[in-house]
Write a protein that binds this ligand. Sequence first.
Ligand code: DC
Length: 212
Amino acid sequence: MIIAVDGTLASGKGTVARGLARTFGLAHLDTGALYRAVAVELLKAGADPGDTEAAADAAKTLDPQRIDQAAIRTAEAGAAASVVAAQPAVRAALFDLQRRFAEQPGGAVLDGRDIGTVVCPDADVKFYIDAEPRVRAERRWRELVASGDTVQLEDIARQLAERDQRDSSRETAPLMRAEDAVLLDTTHLSIDATLAEAVRIIQNKTGAAPRI
Ligand code: DC
């Protein structure tokens, strides 16, 4: 069983994807972490995230087992990831890795921006998670402050608008809802309630039974 979870920044898609993987006993891949890790490699090397050759090289040599989870979560890494993710050569280099992950025996949950549209158009169930921009900005700001970043809410709101715009307007694999994806709006819905709804939809659609 392959479950695709796409959506906007800080919509709750990562938490929903992790919860679904746990509930149905599936492997989980946060594909945004791959783009962030490529960006961090470039930043560490002092390269420009817009340098297409350096970005493609970093994507081709990325070892997903050795991603520094703390380094990829900063606001700087997120902004650079969005620049890196707009480059077709980077997307092509990361495609096979994501596809292999999806095809592992037992199935998988992948979350990102183009899982239901490009990486796994054949997914058994697809979700598109979204929420109003202000609510998403506040969520991301709280996360960053909790992890020790000193950032202003207004700056996060502005960056979020820029990244929404860049992720949705790029030519290769832009962020968009797959025609057959179920929309879950988390503006007024808790993550627990969203997860419960997603579990119910998967059960109805596939007959799969939760493991927990
Ligand atoms: O979900 P995130 O914030 O960790 O993603 C980081 C960036 O990577 C974001 O700007 C969008 C991009 N991304 C993408 O283009 N395709 C994916 N499948 C996942 C993330």
